[in-house]
Design a protein around this ligand. Sequence first.
Ligand SMILES: [Zn+2]
Length: 496
Amino acid sequence: MRLLLAMMKHETNTFSPIPTDLQRFRDWGLHEGEAVAAAYAGTNHPLGAYLDLAREAGAEVVTPIAAEAMPSGPVQKQAYDTITGRILDALEGGGFDGALLDLHGAMVAEDEPDGEGGLLERMRAIAPELPIAVTCDLHCNLSERMVANSTAIIGYKTYPHIDMYEVGTEVGRILLRALAGEVAPVMVWGDVPLLAQTLRMGTADAPMGPIQALTREAEAGAVLAATLFGGFPLADVPEARVASVVVADGDRAAAETARDRLLEAAWAARADFIYGGEPLAQAIARAKRIEAGPVVLLDHADNVGSGGTEDCMTVIAAVLDQGLSGVAVAAVWDPGAVAELAAAGVGAEVTLNLGGKTDMPSIGETGRPLRLTGRVRALTDGRWTVRGPMYTGSEVSTGPTAVFETGGLKIVVVSKHHEPWDLGIFTSAGIEPQHCHYLLLKSRIHYRAGFAALAKATIACDGTGVTTSDNARLAFERVKRPIFPLDWNQPPEPVK
Ligand SMILES: [Zn+2]
C-alpha cells in the first residue's frame, strides 16, 4: 500500500494586516520529504497519527510537505501555489492507494478564498478515484467543494485543540478500512446561518461542550465520524458559519439524522454563541479586587492565534493605569524592541516605544506604541519544547526574546508571533507563572491548554485588535447573508 501524507494549515483572518508569505510557514513549521516524519512522528498532530497508522499497516508513505503558519492575513499566492504544488506534484507521480491530509479548513488564499476546497478539487482532478481522508480544525469554514472532493472529513472536537492525534487516528482508520473493503463511507454535510464567536466555543463550557458531546453520542452503529464545526468568524468568506459533516458506513439516512441533530442543537444555542462584553476599565478594576492568583487577564481582541497583530497595547495600558502588580505578560510582538533591549543588555534601564507598530486598516486603527521605562530582565533565543497538552512535543520558536520589566509588569517581548497556550512562553524566559498574581495573555481559549490548571479566575479584557468580538467593528462584505447575529436583532425562527 502506498499513501500520500501531507499537512497544509492556516487559519486566515481576512481582517488581519499581518502578511502570510512562505517565510511565515517556515517560521512555524515547513518541512519537506523525509524531514516531515522527523518533525511530526510522535507528536500530538493528525500527521503524527497518520504516520503511526501507516507504519502499523506496513504502508509506504510519501510526504511531500507539511506546512503550518500562525494565523494571519490571506495566504499570498506564491505561498499557496508552492504548498499545494508540492502535494499535486507528488500526486502526479501516481501509484497512490489513498491520501491522508492534515488541513485546517479556514485557509483563504489571495486567489482562492476556499484554500482547502481548491486543493482537494485539484487533487481529484488528477486522481478522480483517490480515497482522501481529511482532518480539519474545529474552526473550519466547511465548503461544498471540500466535501465533494474527499472521502471522509473529521474535525477536532476540543477547543483548546488537544485531540488532534485522536481524530487523525479515527479518520485514518476509516480510510484504511475503506481500502480493505470493510466499510463504504458516505458523507453528508450541512450548515446553519450562525456566525458563532470563537470566544464562546471553548469545549469546557456550554454551549460548545455539550454539543461536542453529541458528536460522540452520534458515532455509533453506521455513523463512523460526526463533526460539528464552530467555523471561523473572522474570515469574511461565504462559508463562514457553523457546519456539520458526518461520515457513515453506507447509510446516508443515518448520517443525515446525525447531522440534523447537531445543527439543530447549535442553532438552538445561537444566542449563547455570541459574546456580551464589558467595558475594559471595569474588567481591570474587577480583576484588581481578586486576591488569589494567578488571575488570567485575557486580551482576546489581540489574540495572535486568530490573526491578531500581538502588538496592541490597549489592555497593557489599562493594567498600568490601574496599578496592578505581579503581572506577567505574554506576549508583545516587537522585533525592533527586542533588538533594542538586547543591545542594552540584561540589567540595563531602557526607555522605548513598545508595541503598537502595526496599523489595522480593516478596523480603522493605527498602531499606538506605549512609551515605557523599565529594565531588561532576561534575553533568550526563544526556543523551547512544548510539554503541555496542545502541540505536545513540538519545538517552538518565538525568535530572539526579551523580558522587559516596567511598573508591576514583566512583559515577554518576542520576535515571532506566538499564542501563549503553553507555560513554556514564560518558563523559557525565567518567569514562574504559578507565582504571578496576574497572567495577561494575548489568547482566547487555547490558553486553557497550559494555564487552566493554574488560573484561579479568568477576566475577559475587551481591548483593541483584529480579533475583536465586537462585530460592529468588522465590515463583513462576503459572508453569506442573512446570518445570525448580523442580520437579526432578535433570534430568528428555527432553521432546518
Ligand atoms: Zn482552531
